[in-house]
Design a protein around this ligand. Structure first.
Ligand SMILES: [Mn+2]
Length: 363
């Protein structure tokens, strides 16, 4: 539909945003170079692909140099496979990065969100995101498209409109970013999301894409999964699992995704302890659920939870240096109590342990 004869046809929303981005970069050019590209903490494929595409366009078309940084880890095996196979240059943020770069682009996150390492008191140059905001982000340039399915869609459109050659690695990253954020396009609410994906797909390295989607998983993953299943409790379409200490926080969302696939389940809720924080994931397959809103409602500090569509996550500090088992447990059970209340499940309703194999005596 983007053939030459249709040049004056109105662009669909993703393409409009792509063009808006190109125009901004053209106007600013080297005045915003070098640019610090900051993703959200524990970046997911969508954040990684978006950052990578922004770096490519900025450099190749406008001569803007940049560095992609994140806080936390790239934990999920799929995400690590993506970064390794496609050789995506993303780096752990260093304190000196904040000092050295005058310009920052926040990707798949916003200045007011708690899930990025950029100081609240520092001016942000660009924001490109899909998450709903409470307060309009303060920045020189803002695109927040809550209906775009994945932030990668905006960058894929910018790339398609830029006239640049599209490297296979980059196309593959964007395709995976779109797939993973939209649950294989299931959550794609607009036709232009699917159009964008289809435009990028022929340019992909299909072998790399399949390897990213099915990477070998570590023993640690299976032992965490085993534990998560063992302690899982379910009632009324809700399945809950407290993983205890985890090797990396992405395991929490991974297990939550997996538990949601148990037949009869509509929502999954998972927690994991990492360093001094409790990491929390909530998943739903009820299209009417505003999952991020549910999670925010059960957090003390609403800013510590977020997400989009039927995916939500968050983290908050529970304990200091002395790891206090009681405080962890209190935090976990307080969340569950609030969640039950929020979902109007009576407190006296009884959980069952669907996968418990440790003996008959367990309550
Ligand atoms: Mn995203």
């Amino acid at each position: 539909m983007t053939g030459k004869s249709h040049a004056r046809m109105p662009l669909h929303p993703a393409a409009q945003n792509g063009r808006k981005l190109l125009r901004y970069l053209e106007k600013k050019g080297k005045s915003i170079s070098p640019l610090l590209i900051v993703t959200h903490d524990y970046p997911d494929p969508d954040a990684i692909a978006t950052a990578y595409a922004l770096q490519y366009i900025a450099k190749k078309k406008f001569g803007i140099r940049s560095r992609i940084v994140y806080k936390g880890t790239v934990g999920r095996v799929e995400n690590r496979a993506m970064v390794n196979l496609l050789r995506i240059p993303i780096h752990k943020i260093r304190p000196s990065d904040i000092r050295k770069y005058d310009h920052a682009a926040l990707i798949d996150t916003q200045p007011d969100f708690e899930n990025n390492p950029y100081p609240r008191n520092r001016k942000v140059t660009m924001v490109i995101d899909q998450h709903p905001y409470v307060k309009k982000p303060l920045a020189d340039f803002v695109i927040v498209d809550t209906e775009c399915g994945a932030t990668s869609v905006i960058l894929a459109q910018a790339l398609l409109l830029s006239g640049l050659e599209i490297p296979r690695k980059l196309a593959t990253a964007l395709a995976y970013g779109i797939l993973s954020d939209t649950l294989n396009l299931y959550r794609a609410k607009r036709a232009d999301i699917i159009e964008t994906y289809l435009s990028i797909l022929p340019l992909c390295d299909m072998r790399a894409l399949i390897k990213i989607q099915h990477p070998p998983k570590t023993k640690k993953f299976f032992s965490t999964l085993s534990k998560g299943l063992g302690v899982a409790k379910a009632l009324r379409g809700l399945i809950i699992s407290h993983l205890g200490e985890v090797e990396h926080p992405d395991l929490v969302s991974e297990i939550a995704d997996f538990l949601l696939t148990y037949e009869g389940m509509e929502r999954s809720f998972c927690t994991g302890r990492y360093e001094d924080k409790l990491h929390v994931s909530l998943r739903s397959n009820r299209p009417t659920d505003n999952t991020p809103e549910i999670l925010r409602d059960i957090f003390d500090d609403r800013k510590e939870a977020g997400g989009h569509d039927m995916v939500a996550g968050g983290a908050f500090t529970v304990t200091g240096k002395e790891k206090d088992e009681n405080r962890w447990q209190e935090a976990e059970s307080a969340l569950v109590q609030r969640l039950l209340r929020r979902l109007r499940i009576p407190a006296k309703a009884e959980f069952y342990s669907p996968f418990w194999t440790g003996g008959a005596s367990r309550a």
